[in-house]
Ligand binder design. Structure first.
Ligand code: GDP
Ligand code: MG
Length: 300
């Protein structure tokens, strides 16, 4: 009997794809019960793909949160798109996500085309149902069931946690027997320094809004633990492309960088459960987002 149980362990790799801003990172954080991917009201902030492992008795789902798949020209955007498309090919299942308040996002059409080409089974998650009226849901479900042979269509609110259990049940029903790929203690492949740099980047976007579109990168130069690991000393650099961007980031009398630093510090303290001392520097790195060499150096 025991041997049988072991054979029946279910596992699979699941990509989360969808137009920018539909809530992919929010869903991943919700599934894992902790923050592994940054969330932003502005599109396209998830640059690298993030792996998140969901554990349950007898089953393991490995999720890949991908940057939005979209048309683009710069090397940075190209590398984001390539990582989203590669994720599709590697997985057993795909969760396509749309925003119920913007069901006709043109990116969805491109993603559907990719799905058909790759041909792996897909589930549609219609997100943000907390924001749309229920009457609008049915027509959206009908439209999308005509557009693609989805194995299931599940309305959810990643933010409020609605429909998540049903969503997981649909995925579970489609897993095949396989080994647990990762130990139970592991929820993400994102390292501590990387998560720290992402949390800082999230705050840079949050506070600077439209002024600093996609031209900021963050590197963590060092993390020291002190006081029996109850204090983290973090040294990080924010890289921007011009002196004028640097001036925006620093703000009047250092107000902006102070606000970013404070907010990032609180987030890191909350996620890691330790006191944080955060030292932030701003550096001008001309044209980094267009220079493949600089991109590699900054980890893209
Ligand atoms: P991504 O670009 O697809 O990864 O989207 P994010 O997870 O970064 O979310 C984009 C924005 O949508 C953020 O402001 C989220 O707080 C918001 N959001 C995500 N899920 C929901 C939801 O279920 N309901 C509502 N109202 N907002 C959501
Ligand atoms: Mg995201």
């Amino acid at each position: 009997m025991k041997k049988n149980d072991k054979e029946k362990f279910l596992s699979g790799f699941i990509a989360i794809v969808g137009p920018p801003n539909v809530g992919k990172s929010t869903l991943l954080n919700r599934l894992l019960g902790r923050k592994v991917a940054i969330v932003s009201p502005k599109p396209q902030t998830t640059r690298n793909r993030v792996l998140g492992v969901y554990h349950e008795k007898g089953c393991q789902m490995v999720f890949l949160d991908t940057p939005g798949i979209h048309r683009t020209r710069t090397p940075l955007h190209k590398s984001m798109v390539a990582s989203a498309q590669a994720a599709l090919v590697e997985v057993d299942l795909v969760t396509m996500m749309i925003d119920m308040t913007r069901p006709d996002d043109p990116e969805a059409t491109r993603i559907l085309r990719d799905l058909k080409r790759v041909g792996n089974p897909a589930i549609l998650a219609i997100n943000k149902i907390d924001r749309g009226s229920p009457e609008r849901l049915l027509p959206i479900m009908e439209t999308f069931s005509r557009l693609h042979d989805f194995k299931a269509i599940v309305p959810i609110s990643a933010l409020k946690g609605e429909g998540i259990r049903e969503f997981l049940a649909e995925l579970r029903a489609r897993l095949t027997p396989g080994p647990p790929f990762f130990p139970e203690s592991m929820t993400t492949d994102q390292t501590e320094p990387f998560l720290v740099s992402e949390f800082i980047r999230e705050k840079v976007y949050l506070f600077t809004r439209k002024e600093l579109p996609y031209s900021a990168a963050v590197t963590v130069e060092g993390i020291e633990e002190a006081k029996g690991r109850t204090l983290m000393r973090i040294h990080a650099k924010i890289h921007v492309e011009s002196e004028s961007q640097k001036a925006i980031l620093i703000g009047k009398g250092g107000n902006m960088i102070k606000a970013i630093g404070q907010s990032a510090r609180k987030e890191i303290e909350r996620v890691f459960g330790v006191k944080v001392y955060l030292d932030l520097m701003v550096r001008v790195e001309k044209n980094w987002s267009k220079d493949p060499k600089a991109l590699r150096k900054l980890g893209y």
